[in-house]
Each structure stands twice: as C-alpha cells, then as structure tokens.
Design a protein around this ligand. Sequence first.
Ligand code: HEC
Ligand code: HEC
Ligand code: HEC
Length: 358
Amino acid sequence: MIDPRRLIENLGLKGVRDLTILIVVLVLGFAGAVVGVGLYNVSARADHFPGVTWVLHTTFRNSVSLRADETPPDDLSTPGMISLGAGHYEQACAECHARPGGQQDATVEEMLPRPPKLFSTELSRWSASELHWIVYNGVKMSGMPGWPAERTDDVWPIVAFLRSAGEMTPENYAAATGGEERGRCAMCHGAEGVSTNPQIPRLDILSSEYVAQSLRAYREGGRDSAIMAQAARALDDQTIERLANSFDALGPSGSDGIVDAKQVLRGRALANAEGEGRTPSCSACHGPWQHRLNEAFPSLSGQHAPYLAAQLRLWRDGPRGGGQAAELMHHAAENLTDNEIAALASYYASRDPAPINP
Ligand code: HEC
Ligand code: HEC
Ligand code: HEC
C-alpha cells in the first residue's frame, strides 16, 4: 500500500491539501488529453484495455437485473408466440446475431463488442423479464439497438423465441420463417393472408382500404408496432396498394372455432350494447352487417381472439394509433374491463368472416 504521508514527504508537498490538488490536476490533465487531444483510440480494431471488458459486462449484467420488472404474460411459451418471435428475429436481428447453425457476416464479426451468436450463447442466465428489458432498451454504446416502438407487449414473442433458442434447429427455424410467395409478409400472415397463428391478424377478412391505411400508419409511425414497422418501413405507396388489393381479392374463408359458448354470448350482448350502456355499440361500426358502413372500419368477424384482445388493451391503456378514424376507438374501449375484452374477442372470433365486397 502507498503511505500518503511518505508520498507527501517524497514529493516535497506541504500537506494533504497539496496532494489532493496534485491528484485533481493529474486526473483533469489525463481526461483533457483523452478528450481534447484524442489520446483514447476509438478504433473497433483495437481491443479494450485489460479489465475493461470485465467492467463493462459486469455493469451491463447488474444494470439489467436492477431494472428488469415486466411480468411475462401467461401465454409466453405458446407455439404462436415463438413463431411470431422467429419471424421478427429473421427480419430484425438475424443480420447481427446469426441464424441457428449459420455464420455471422464478415463485417458484423468486426463489431466491438461483437454481437453474440445467440444460438450458441447461454441465454438461460437471463430471466424472461431481463431478456425483455434488453430487447426493449438495447445496450448503449454497443451497437445493440432499442425497440422501435413505445408499447412493450409486442416484445414478448421475441422473448419466447429467445427462450426456445436452445431447441431451435436450422430446420425448425426455416419452417418458422420460410415463405416464398409474397416474401416477407407470407412468413407471418400466410401466403393468402390467412394467418393460422392466433397472435398474427388475418388479412383476408379486411378491406383493401383498411389494409392500405394500416400499412401507411405503420410505415409512418402512426400505429405503434415494432414488428410491423420493420416490415412496412421500406414499402412505397404503389407496393402498398398492390399488396392491399392482393389480400382483398382472395376473399374470406374459414373461422376461428372458438368454443367457450358462455363467453361468446356475453360478448354478443356487449357488442350490441344490451347491458348497462357503459360501452358503445361495437356492432354499429363493426357489424355484423349486410353493407359495410365505412371502408375504414375493419371487419372483426373471424379475426383471431388473442389479436383482437391485444388491440383492445392497447386502446384502453394507451396510444394504439391507426388511421384518421382511430380516435373513435379510444373512446369505445376506454371503460372495458379485461373480462369484457376477453368476451368481445371470443364473440367476434367465433363468427364467420363477413363478405368484404357485398
Ligand atoms: C446492429 C447489430 C445488432 C442488432 C440488429 C441486434 N443486436 Fe442484439 N446485440 C448486439 C450487440 C453488439 C450485443 C452485445 C452487447 C454487449 O455485450 O455489450 C447485443 C446483445 C444482445 C443480447 C444480450 C446477449 C447476452 O447474453 O449478453 C440479446 C438478448 C440481444 N442482443 C437480442 C437482440 C434481438 C432480439 C434483436 C432483434 C430485435 C437484436 N439483438 C438486434 C447487436 C445487435
Ligand atoms: C414478423 C411477422 C410479420 C411480418 C413479416 C409482417 N407482419 Fe403484418 N402483422 C404482424 C403482427 C404481429 C401484426 C399486429 C401488429 C399490431 O399489434 O399492430 C401485424 C399487422 C398487420 C396489419 C394490420 C391488420 C389489422 O387487422 O389491423 C396489416 C395490414 C399487415 N400486418 C400487413 C402486412 C404486410 C403487407 C406485410 C409484408 C409487407 C406484413 N404485414 C409483414 C406480423 C407480421
Ligand atoms: C364509432 C365507430 C366505432 C365504434 C363504436 C367501435 N369501433 Fe372499433 N374501430 C373503429 C375504427 C374506425 C377502427 C380502425 C382504427 C384504425 O386502425 O384506423 C376500429 C378498430 C377496431 C379493432 C382493431 C381491428 C384490427 O383489425 O386491428 C378492434 C378489435 C375494435 N375496433 C373493436 C371494437 C369493439 C370491441 C367495440 C365496442 C366496444 C368497438 N370497436 C367500437 C370504429 C369503431
């Protein structure tokens, strides 16, 4: 150990005060040289000084555990959540973190820190809420980006996927993300727009006007979804029109087969505002109808229940966004309880899809 009294004597200083001043001057001088003169080498080719990597990783680990506090949903480990997560991973993360059994791109390998290959990383050291925190917030000064949306619920599919990464073979991954026709959209929504994943909306039951308006809203950030922002950001107006018409042209088919008859009846009563009148009549705007009131009002009949419920919670709890008429829905959903939302979602999901162009 250095003895401060000997140090003061040897340096010919007069007391502790002088020593403090000397230390402050040296530290400021060093900081000045690093910042002002450019002594610190920012090259990503030069590794950190010994010990710095340890300090950074320990800080990262502890910072995440201190802050992670979101509670995972009950349906976290369902196949629908995992495959939606796989789809988003393919669009947004695979370039940096590689695919199962795949290599990292040569340029990504030169990042410092290098993005870990997540399929060969021990991810079980993180809890579900810690993974949620990392994916939502990103990691400052590392190249790991934050989540490009305000809402936090749509991070869970990615967490579900990461937690199953240990069992992901190249074949499973290809099956979850493959889909050649209509490219990227088909990977999640199915080649005909009839998604079989209850977390992902069917598009075949929607009017082309509503689909186009939604895609523009995702592209411009008017509707809050990181998953769809990633898919829609690069679409130009012409492509949006073409895509919107292609789903519409196919026409509706099949329904969700919801079984809980009690919930369905309760939902029907609510949708028709037969109760205390606390909720406005959903059917006035959403049908079931013979003739659609307005092309901007989406049909809900035959849509997947978990998706409908998630949208209603978004409206009730914060900004879901959408097209020009979306404000109407904030008002319609503001007083709904979780049980009412579940009943309404079951009711609409149990119905056969309505004709798009009667
Ligand atoms: C531009 C490259 C890049 C992209 C895109 C990216 N990441 Fe990362 N990610 C990184 C880097 C770099 C780190 C390492 C951070 C560190 O160790 O300080 C990291 C770290 C992580 C970690 C922590 C791993 C561990 O055990 O330490 C997780 C989990 C993760 N990323 C998930 C994702 C997910 C999910 C996506 C897509 C939504 C994504 N990343 C997109 C670069 C990227
Ligand atoms: C990684 C999976 C994924 C991909 C790829 C994807 N989507 Fe989506 N899509 C979703 C999810 C999840 C939602 C629900 C988002 C939300 O909560 O707003 C959605 C919502 C939509 C909606 C709104 C539907 C409604 O009922 O309001 C439209 C329209 C849509 N997607 C079209 C497309 C098109 C067109 C493409 C291709 C350019 C595409 N999607 C690519 C997963 C995906
Ligand atoms: C005054 C008309 C109006 C009323 C009443 C109304 N809605 Fe809506 N709803 C809309 C409009 C407009 C949209 C489309 C918003 C957007 O994305 O631009 C919408 C969208 C939705 C969506 C999202 C559909 C999708 O594919 O993403 C759900 C779910 C929904 N409404 C459920 C309900 C329920 C349940 C009720 C009754 C409690 C209700 N709505 C009452 C006008 C209405």
